[in-house]
Design a protein around this ligand. Structure first.
Ligand SMILES: C[S@@+](CC[C@H](N)C(=O)[O-])C[C@H]1O[C@@H](n2cnc3c(N)ncnc32)[C@H](O)[C@@H]1O
Ligand SMILES: O=C(O)C(=O)C[C@]1(C(=O)O)C=C[C@@H](O)C=C1
Length: 238
């Protein structure tokens, strides 16, 4: 796995999921998202619970398809399950394709916009750390599309960076997160550069705003599956 050293050099452009990011992405995620592997394991478990012996699973913003590969490893090959990943970054999809070929995987990948995708009915929709990159103006309508796509009783699992409603606590959460990044080997310089690159690109909501957004758009339940400081994983049930 290639080490993420992207922000060791001066960067003046906004953060984007280009070829440079895609090349180091698997390392970036495990070192930038606290408990990434654990939230992935929870996502996999609750997705499989909702599936039974068949059904469609979409991963919106699948990046290099790590999560879908994990799910595929845990389901019976003869079950009637379709695993579908969508991402609008050509570089991410290229990396994902290499991985699925290497593993002889049956995952279906599409390079496309999750806001425009012609979804078929599904039992599970997943979107980990992706909604925060969707413009707030259209985020609600995406959640409505997700709930319309799901069968009754289907689940939507999503993970997000979150902010606090309380400014003092919010600063403490961010400090806590930056200490986590330092332990992962990122320098103060890398942390500041990435924060600037993500400004106005990654737009996080509070935990309650995320829950309310799901409840306002067709989900009868939305709860936390996991939270560590300013990172959270949610499950919403239609
Ligand atoms: C932080 S990454 C997601 C990480 C991944 N879900 C995981 O858990 O490893 C966000 C991804 O969403 C994709 N993305 C952002 N906006 C998108 C859109 N409108 N349509 C499709 N993909 C999008 C980006 O290209 C990027 O790969
Ligand atoms: O590094 C950060 O500051 C982050 O917010 C981590 C984060 C994310 O939460 O999506 C930001 C961008 C990359 O996609 C990977 C992880």
């Amino acid at each position: 796995m290639k080490t993420d050293t992207l922000f060791t050099k001066p960067i003046s452009k906004q953060f984007e999921f280009d070829a440079d990011v895609a090349a180091v992405f698997d390392d970036m995620l495990v070192r930038s998202v606290p408990f990434y592997k654990e939230s992935q394991a929870l996502t996999r478990r609750f997705a499989i619970n909702a599936l039974g012996k068949g059904g469609v699973v979409y991963d919106l913003g699948c990046s290099t398809a790590s999560l879908l590969l994990e799910i595929e490893r845990s389901v019976e090959r003869n079950d009637d399950i379709r695993l579908i990943g969508i991402d609008n970054s050509p570089a991410m999809i290229a990396h994902a394709r290499k991985k699925i070929e290497a593993y002889g995987s049956g995952i279906e990948l599409y390079e496309g916009d999750i806001l425009q995708f012609p979804y078929e009915k599904a039992q599970v929709m997943i979107s980990n750390y992706t909604l925060q990159f969707i413009r707030p103006m259209v985020r609600d309508s995406l959640i409505r599309t997700i709930s319309d796509t799901l069968n009754e009783g289907g689940v939507f699992i999503f993970s997000e960076k979150v902010v606090s409603e309380d400014p003092k606590l919010n600063k403490e959460l961010i400090d806590c997160y930056y200490d986590f990044k330092k332990v992962q080997g990122y320098s103060e310089y890398e942390i500041v550069q990435k924060r600037e690159a993500l400004e106005n690109v990654l737009i996080p909501y509070t935990m309650n705003e995320n829950i309310q957004m799901a409840k306002n758009n067709g989900f009868k339940t939305c709860e936390l599956l996991f939270r560590w400081a300013n990172f959270a994983t949610f499950i919403a049930i239609k």
